[in-house]
Design a protein. Structure first.
Length: 95
């Protein structure tokens, strides 16, 4: 069975239109989807890193990522970085 030429051309145009224009944009969408299931501090850090790189996103999306990251960071369990103190020793002796 022979296909009409117009049907073949229409199918080719549809397939080319469905292909992603920027593969980096697909990766960014995947990372943002994964970040949404992470703890807030990790999700905020991921969004800031994506906004910093700026690959595959527009300027408006970059601003939205930064705003979302700061909103997520407010919900972090420990909003400050923990550091070890060398002068204080833990009492490990069982009493």
């Amino acid at each position: 069975m022979r296909f009409p030429a117009w049907l073949l051309a229409a199918t080719s145009v549809i397939c080319l239109a469905a292909a992603p224009a920027d593969p980096a944009a697909e990766d960014v969408k995947l990372l943002l989807g994964l970040a949404s299931s992470a703890p807030p501090e990790i999700a905020a850090h991921t969004k800031l890193r994506i906004a910093e790189e700026g690959v595959g996103i527009t300027a408006a999306e970059r601003l939205q990522l930064i705003e979302d990251a700061f909103a997520l960071a407010a919900g972090a369990k420990l909003p400050y970085r923990r550091t070890a103190v060398d002068s204080v020793r833990a009492d490990t002796a069982a009493s």
